[in-house]
Design a protein around this ligand. Structure first.
Ligand code: FRU
Length: 488
């Protein structure tokens, strides 16, 4: 692998030289150049947070998957590290696909999917996928150890292992597609994490499976406790789901199924699949534990097959901010708020005085390249719509006709246009905590009850932020904002 790592590092250096910055994030993790998709191997190990990611260092397009790598002391300020995994061995000939990390007895273990096209490259009808491991003593350089879990009989699409330790055993969930092309999550267990020359048993139980005939694959499963009462969430990214009204509007979704589970029991779902984020660009989130016991998750803030204008700058894809996940039992929903460490990015605080907007718009910030904004609106308004405009192509507003909060984008020059929305929360106030980077917006609604994450593509000199109300009055009860520091 050493030679291939060197080659890919050289290729990446050439791309870094060419990389443009119009859309490149100032406080979100992205590859230094080239392509990025899923977060992989998120973990706190030996005093540092590690984030790996699906990476193609040779170009801004998806290609044979490598694992890019970055480390951080606070999940916010990231330092790029050498590429961790390069494909090309017998068991990962066509790619080192997604997976997770384990910190065990001082070593860092990466569990990933060895992907192999058996016919033509890109022909998904003939593939071989098996779970592999690579181990590191120093947290930077990895030695591949080959396959630890081959696919059980009847499974060809079998990928994205997430491993954890519980009740004296190691457990692994893997995303799968059965012989009838239905999405599932399979659960495996093992007494030992890794033993030279030994594999995990292919005995499995089906932890969860689709109840929607159109869903042919569940990718990137994650599985974790959400309460003290054996309540667990399976978080996964289904493929094939059709739109239903306002829901599942993205090509693919990422969301959660909540239920009861204890070792050696089936998972008993309570409720249905619920999207975890309601913006345009959110996929394949993965969670990990902080040393002080918070469950934190990051997702890929982009979408398969979306136009990606940043490709013109020789890079594509970035992560969401790290978000703490909690469970709201009364609503049977997972909530997400940015980790408290994001506050370390804040410069001086600006307070916005309460104001009433009467069929007008006002400029709040002339240039929004890196901003955190906290706005509390009264929901007692007769305006047809009110909220904010970012440049010319993005608006976030309360639509008083449909009773929804809408995030609408319109960049016809990039073939990007369309709205995502959520029901307005109950109560008479709406709190919006908003993070705006050079090409992304993340909106946390009423302390994380809902989130909307989307990419936007306004020219650098046209990113002013305006507050508006149309056809009636809207009341901003309070507001503040901060310019944010760059992380790089
Ligand atoms: C999800 C996914 C995974 C796969 C990886 C390949 O976005 O399709 O299932 O491991 O991306 O890059």
């Amino acid at each position: 692998m050493k030679h291939r790592l060197e080659q890919s590092t050289n290729a990446l250096s050439t791309l870094i030289e060419k990389r443009g910055n119009t859309f490149y994030p100032q406080f979100h993790l992205a590859a230094p150049a080239g392509w990025l998709n899923d977060p992989n191997g998120l973990i706190y190990h030996d005093g540092l947070y590690h984030a790996f990611y699906q990476h193609h260092p040779y170009s801004q397009d998806w290609g044979p998957m490598h694992w890019g790598h970055a480390t951080s002391t606070d999940m916010i300020h990231w330092q790029h590290q050498p590429i961790a995994l390069a494909p090309g061995d017998d068991y990962d000939k066509s790619g080192c696909f997604s997976g997770s990390a384990i910190s065990h007895e001082g070593k860092l273990y990466l569990f990933y999917t060895g992907h192999n096209w058996l016919a033509a490259e890109g022909d998904d009808s003939q593939i071989y996928e098996a779970q592999c491991v690579a181990i590191s003593e120093d947290g930077i350089h990895f030695e591949k150890k080959g396959i630890v879990l081959p696919p059980p009989e009847g499974y060809m699409h079998f990928r994205d292992p997430k491993v954890w330790y519980q009740d004296g055993k190691w457990w692994m969930v893997v995303g799968a597609r059965d012989e009838k092309d239905q999405g599932q999550v399979l659960l495996f267990s093992s007494e030992t994490l890794f033993e030279e020359g030994k594999q995990w048993s292919t005995d499995y139980i089906i932890l969860g499976k689709t109840d929607d005939k159109n869903v042919y694959m569940w990718e990137c499963p994650d599985f974790f406790p959400i309460s003290q009462d054996n309540e667990f969430a399976i978080v996964f990214s289904p493929q094939g789901k059709r739109t239903e009204g306002y829901q599942y509007r993205n090509l693919f979704q990422a969301g959660a199924l909540i239920g009861q589970w204890s070792p050696n029991q089936p998972f008993k779902p309570q409720g249905h699949f619920v999207e975890l984020d309601n913006g345009h660009d959110y996929y394949a989130p993965q969670s990990f534990m902080t040393p002080d016991g918070r469950r934190v998750s990051m997702g890929w803030m982009d979408m398969w097959n979306s136009p990606m204008p940043s490709k013109a700058e020789f890079w594509s894809g970035c992560f969401t901010l790290p978000r703490e996940i909690t469970f709201d039992k009364s609503k049977n929903r997972l909530c997400m708020v940015p980790v408290k460490e994001v506050e370390s990015l804040r410069q001086e605080k600006n307070t916005i005085k309460p104001l009433t907007l009467s069929h007008q718009s006002i400029e709040l910030i002339d240039n929004t390249s890196a901003i955190e904004l906290d706005l509390t609106w009264s929901l007692d308004s007769q305006a047809e719509k009110f909220g904010l405009w970012l440049g010319e192509g993005l608006e976030l507003f309360v639509d008083n006709q449909s009773n929804r909060l809408v995030l609408n984008r319109h960049y016809p020059q990039y073939n990007i246009s369309g709205a995502r929305s959520i029901p307005l929360p109950e109560g008479c106030q709406l709190n919006l905590r908003i993070f705006i980077d050079r090409s992304s917006i993340e909106v946390f609604v009423n302390q994380g009850e809902y989130t909307l994450s989307s990419r936007y593509y306004a020219p650098q000199d046209a990113r002013s932020l305006r507050l508006f109300a149309m056809s009636g009055d809207a009341i901003l009860l309070s507001g503040e904002y901060w310019r944010l520091n760059h992380i790089g």
